[in-house]
Design a protein around this ligand. Structure first.
Ligand SMILES: Cc1ncc(COP(=O)(O)O)c(C=O)c1O
Length: 407
């Protein structure tokens, strides 16, 4: 078994390499796509085999097998994270963002506040604002070069009274933190004290590197009152366009409320292809995932070493999990436009701009590492060439695209 990369041919229509997206976001249809949090690797063979089996049947009758899906998720979490989940506490939803949107609309009222920890996955802003709730920021702080939760500020925000919910991202996209047990314990204590419900987005929970351990908020939630978890196999197994999401809610009253809404809107019908693929992933995909994690970890090591030796002016926040890395370009002292031009047009890289994740982050960029190492290596070489041209006093904005400067 080995990780085979997919080809970004236009006919495939993958969002990541779609020329229209690349043009509208990066002004460069040729940019190497390292932005959207999606993998370039083929899924585990058992997933493809299972999908083939269902297609071969040629019959797509109604099938409601979510109980089997929940059992597979439960067993997986017990094995990978020593997490003892209750199959009765799961609810099926079409995707993670759908689940978060439902929770926001059900558990708060228009005008009430929802806390997010910036910089954070940009779609959280959209789901909060589209529900006419207020985004309340609890910015992460950098302590000794590591992103941490500012609990003092968080308590102030919870105390405001207008705050009903918080969306936690664990592991955190884009900074790559895997929150510790102590941090999660402190968070649940505050949530219980101020009656704030934590929506814990744990979609990245299986992309955890060897020096870290994933601590679901469920493992420290003793009151079973103020926590709703949302997860999905999408990130773990590269199933973005074919998987469902799930809610895990221990609080029976909250679960009954959500179940009523989800059932009433028939959002729990699922899709047999998705359900069988999910079961195959969680029951037969572990070897593939272990190989992926080893590969990503080696890629991270290569990037860390390259940056420290060749590009020390670009700072990496070493990820504990996720296949995103958060890069700080402030050392280059460029304007926002000049940095974007340097990365998108001179280095030909489609990286996610930092200001998507919150204000004041325009000197950062997020890079997706789930690509072949050779692609990542070429990308960093391109970055080095573009930066060196710039440092040597050549105006990156003045140069036509692809015209190499003298260095
Ligand atoms: C933290 C986080 N939540 C949710 C999603 C999207 O999940 P879905 O496509 O199931 O709505 C992503 C995708 O990048 C993500 O990073």
């Amino acid at each position: 078994m080995s990780l085979l990369d997919i080809k970004h041919e236009v006919k495939n229509n993958f969002a990541k390499s779609n020329p229209n997206f690349l043009q509208s976001m990066f002004g460069n249809t040729e940019a190497t796509p390292l932005w959207i949090a999606d993998m370039d690797f083929k899924v585990a063979e058992p997933i493809t085999e299972e999908l083939n089996r269902i297609v071969e049947r040629g019959i797509y009758s109604y099938e409601f097998i979510e109980k089997d899906v929940f059992k597979a998720i439960k067993n997986w979490n017990f094995k990978r994270h020593q997490l003892d989940l209750n199959t009765d506490a799961f609810l099926q939803v079409p995707g993670v963002l759908t689940g978060i949107s439902l929770l926001i609309r059900e558990l708060s009222k228009e005008g009430e506040g929802v806390v997010v920890q910036t910089p954070v996955y940009h779609q959280f802003f959209k789901v909060i604002k589209s529900a006419k709730r207020e985004v309340i920021e609890n910015p992460l702080k950098i302590v000794d070069g590591v992103y941490s939760i500012d609990f003092k500020d968080l308590e102030l925000k919870f105390k405001q009274g207008n705050v009903k919910l918080m969306i936690l991202c664990n592991p955190h996209n884009p900074v790559g933190r895997v929150w510790s047990k102590e941090e999660m314990t402190k968070l649940t204590l505050l949530a219980n004290q101020y009656n704030v419900t934590i929506i814990s987005d744990e979609i990245h929970s299986d992309i955890i590197f060897s020096t870290s351990k994933f601590n679901s908020i469920v493992s420290v939630d003793t009151l079973h009152k103020h926590v709703a978890v949302i997860g999905s196999p999408a990130k773990t197994f590269g199933m973005h366009s074919i998987s469902n999401g799930y809610l895990y809610i221990s609080n029976e009253e909250m679960r009954t409320q959500l179940k009523g809404v989800i059932g009433g809107m028939y959002l729990d019908h699922g899709n047999a292809l998705s359900a069988y693929a999910t079961i195959a992933a969680y029951t037969k995909g572990e070897e593939w995932l272990n190989e992926l994690l080893g590969y990503l970890e080696k890629t991270n090591c290569w990037i860390e070493s390259f940056l420290s030796k060749e590009l020390p002016e670009v700072k990496l926040f070493k990820p504990e999990g996720t296949y995103q890395i958060w890069l700080d370009f402030s050392g280059l002292k460029l304007s926002d436009d000049a940095l974007n031009h340097l990365v998108f047009n001179r280095a030909n890289l489609a990286l996610t701009p930092g200001n998507w994740f919150g204000d004041n982050h325009s000197s950062f960029m997020r890079l997706n590492t789930a690509s072949p190492l050779s692609t990542i290596q070429e990308a960093f070489q391109e970055l080095k060439t573009a930066i060196n041209c710039n440092i040597e006093g050549q105006d990156v904005e003045a140069k036509p695209k692809n015209s190499c400067c003298s260095c």
